[in-house]
Design a protein around this ligand. Structure first.
Ligand code: SF4
Length: 347
């Protein structure tokens, strides 16, 4: 018998780990695919922030693939994903997460991939009723249809609750050995993980990307509201993951490094943004993101920068502002008093 080949959407969470394992147990050749949208929660911020230093800096998708002994293809979809986020046909979830369109997009990409690589079908770790937006029972066939995958899409963890797919009908997989998980209860998954001997799997709280995070989503919306167009580049969305974001005026905001790791990360952006720091006292690196920035704006930014440094109680602080072209402006400011930094400035 020909060994059938499936591609598994591996996010790094427990469900896709288990779904893949269920298929491997049935003798299917499985390779993983992981789409990089720029919003993924993987390693990035853990590597930057000190308070996260204890957390293991691992890419969970790679870790899953290693546990399973399967090949993982990490595919950059940053550009194509913009349309998913900017124009989701089915709207957003609780925050800026366009889960239904996101799933449809990823399964469609996986379909293109299996066609190009001569694979037979696609598997995901979805479970009926687990997430309100993308894993409702009535939406599962919609996602299968709109992605174009139709019955080439098999969800091993809940397949018995869904109509038969081609791999089941053709006998490539044994339906009786698939599962019937449903709902938000995670105990069946945990029991199956224990049965397979997986103990150290990731347990992301909200979802697999930053778009499910309320604070992050607010920053994205603020960015769009203050730009001529509702668009973004990878650098924008990376910078939304670091620092305090303070918008004292409509035409600019400050990104204030909260610790050394963030300051170092932000150093890499000094050729793109005006950067400010205090020279008379230790303090954060601050990036100024905006347009039509005047000298008065830079001075205001300098005063706020001084507020977050060790010179916050000094009468005056020396500040240096470096423009993207390399020009340097130096000046002295009085640190802004704490009450003058309005709560509504914090994005
Ligand atoms: S949580 Fe993020 S990555 Fe996961 S389906 Fe929703 S939008 Fe897509």
């Amino acid at each position: 018998m020909t060994q059938r080949k499936a591609v598994s959407l591996i996010s790094g969470g427990l469900d896709s780990l288990l779904a893949t394992k269920v298929m491997l147990e049935q003798g299917v050749h499985v390779e993983g695919i992981n789409f990089f949208t720029g919003f993924c929660v993987e390693g990035h911020t853990h590597a930057i922030r000190k308070r996260d230093q204890q957390k293991e800096k691992r890419n969970n998708a790679l870790w899953c693939a290693e546990q399973l002994g399967v090949k993982l293809h990490i595919i950059d979809v940053i550009e194509e994903y913009k349309d998913v986020l900017l124009n989701p046909k089915h709207g957003y979830g609780a925050n800026l997460n366009p889960c239904q369109d996101c799933k449809t997009f990823m399964i469609h990409k996986a379909l293109e991939w299996i066609k190009a690589h001569d694979f037979d079908f696609i598997i995901t770790g979805e479970v009926v009723g687990q997430r309100p937006m993308s894993q409702r029972k009535d939406l599962m066939p919609v996602i299968a249809r709109e992605s174009g995958a139709n019955d080439l899409l098999l969800r091993p963890l809940c397949a018995k609750n869904l109509p038969e797919t081609l791999p089941e009908r053709e006998g490539w997989v044994d339906r009786s050995r698939l599962l019937d998980f449903s709902g938000r209860n995670r105990k069946p998954q945990m029991a199956l993980a224990a049965q397979y001997g997986f103990t150290d799997y990731a347990t992301p709280a909200g979802g697999c990307c930053f778009l499910t995070d309320e604070n992050y989503s607010k920053k994205v919306v603020d960015m769009w509201q203050h730009r001529p167009s509702r668009d973004y580049e990878l650098d924008d969305i990376m910078l939304l993951k670091v620092g305090r974001h303070i918008r004292p005026k409509d035409n600019f905001k400050l990104i204030v490094g909260r610790e050394e790791g963030e300051n170092k990360f932000m150093e890499g952006y000094r050729k793109q943004f005006i950067s400010i720091y205090t020279t008379s006292h230790p303090g954060p690196l601050v990036l100024l993101d905006g347009r039509d920035i005047s000298d008065a704006d830079i001075e205001l930014a300098g005063r706020i920068t001084a507020r977050f440094g060790q010179g916050r109680d000094a009468e005056t602080v020396d500040v240096e502002a470096r423009l993207p072209g390399g020009e340097i402006k130096t000046f002295q400011v009085a640190p802004m008093p704490p009450h003058a930094i309005k709560p509504e400035w914090y994005v």
